[in-house]
Design a protein around this ligand. Structure first.
Ligand code: 1HE
Length: 262
């Protein structure tokens, strides 16, 4: 199955239609996100088919995403600016707090709102051509797509402030070291690696994936005592699912893979 918005393509792949591949298809503008594209992301993630268990987001052309479409910035007053930022929040929340884990396959520029999009995904895979920046600082604006909430969780507020104060650009290897990406792969292979990871994730019990999306980030932000109690509730719910019992039984019967370091 495929579905097209003007600058966004959705393809459903996998033997059981379990992987959604979402492609930004605006390479002539370096996949800059105009309002229509942000709303297409929102609609796509709010309406993924029931068969989908994991997703990959990537960009066509030489760059993942050049961020906000700056040609749409000039005419907004303060009130419209708030609404515009809130629209981005709704769209990226639909991705981050949706039903399925999302893997970002990154290459070239991941800048401004492009980094905000990447940081809303659950896993980032960057190839060696990738570079990360927050040019908002030097353009006289501020992040508005959730960057000030999500980026510090990856690299800390001090590094994010440095990126905005000084226009610092993180190339792929350094980006992996500081935590902007969890995987670093050879040039041209980010999509394949991301698809492989998504396929593996799709084979997990859906309730475990759901808990990782919805329970883990909330628990991590709770006071320890509340977090420990919430964890117990989530653990009990996950364990009680028939699929969990079947998976544990399969291991005990020698029918499931061991943990292997290779
Ligand atoms: C754009 C945009 C854009 C490219 N909005 N049109 N983001 C930025 O400040 C990053 C701005 N972009 C760049 O720094 C560069 O374009 C790239 C490093 C990403 C790519 O460079 P390059 O040499 O491959 O492409 P280019 O020649 O700069 O751009 C090709 C075309 O894309 C050109 O248009 P053309 O009609 O002259 O061909 C560019 O104008 C256009 N283009 N990026 C509009 N961003 C929710 S708040 C988030 C706030 C932000 O994201 S601010 C950061 C915005």
């Amino acid at each position: 199955m495929t579905q097209d918005h003007k600058h966004l393509h959705l393809q459903i792949r996998g033997d059981h239609s379990e992987i959604a591949v979402i492609t930004l298809t605006r390479p002539t503008k370096r996949n800059a996100l105009n309002d229509a594209l942000v709303m297409a992301l929102r609609d796509t993630f709010q309406n993924l088919p029931d068969t989908v268990r994991a997703a990959v987001v990537h960009g066509e052309g030489d760059h993942f995403c050049a961020g906000l479409d700056l040609s749409e910035l000039s005419e907004r007053d303060a009130g419209q600016g708030v609404m515009h930022s809130r629209m981005w929040h709704t769209a990226l929340d639909a991705l981050e707090k949706g039903r399925v884990p999302v893997v970002a396959a990154l290459h070239g520029a991941v800048v401004g709102g492009g980094l905000e999009l990447a940081s809303a995904c659950h896993i980032r895979v960057a190839d060696e051509t990738t570079f990360f920046a927050l040019p908002e600082g030097t353009r006289g604006i501020f992040v508005g797509g959730g960057g000030s909430v999500r980026v510090p969780k990856l690299i800390g507020a001090a590094r994010m402030a440095d990126m905005m104060f000084t226009g610092r650009v993180y190339k792929a290897a350094e980006a992996e070291r500081v935590g902007l990406t969890q995987y670093l792969v050879p040039a041209g292979s980010a999509f394949d690696k991301a698809f492989e990871l998504a396929t593996r994730i799709a084979s997990n019990a859906p309730l475990t994936n759901y808990a990782l999306i919805h329970a883990l980030p909330r628990i991590a932000e709770q006071p320890a005592d509340h977090g420990l109690f919430t964890e117990s509730l989530v653990a009990a719910i996950a364990q009680s699912a028939p699929e969990a019992k079947a998976r544990v039984r399969a291991f005990l019967d020698g029918k499931a893979a061991k943990v292997s370091k290779d």
